[in-house]
Design a protein. Sequence first.
Length: 98
Amino acid sequence: MKNFIRIETSDIKEGVKFSSPVFFDDGKNMFLAEGKSAKAYHLNAIKRWNIPYLLTYGREIKENECTESAEKVAVAADKNMQFEELEELEEVEELEEV
């Protein structure tokens, strides 16, 4: 089992993101996917269902970290891209309407 970190639901604010999935207090059902930001409906759900805390094995991602990470991925993708020449495409045969 993962070493979960307990997050009080009062600490979950709109827009917060985590580096790993966030689970409900049962440790099995996912509340928020990795890198996805919490929306108002997420906050309403934990309040309505009286969820006292959430669990994750990641950490909160700050806004500037998201931008830097995305830029690093884009640069790495550009360096690793390989292109191959395509052959000419055949003409598509039109289908009759039924």
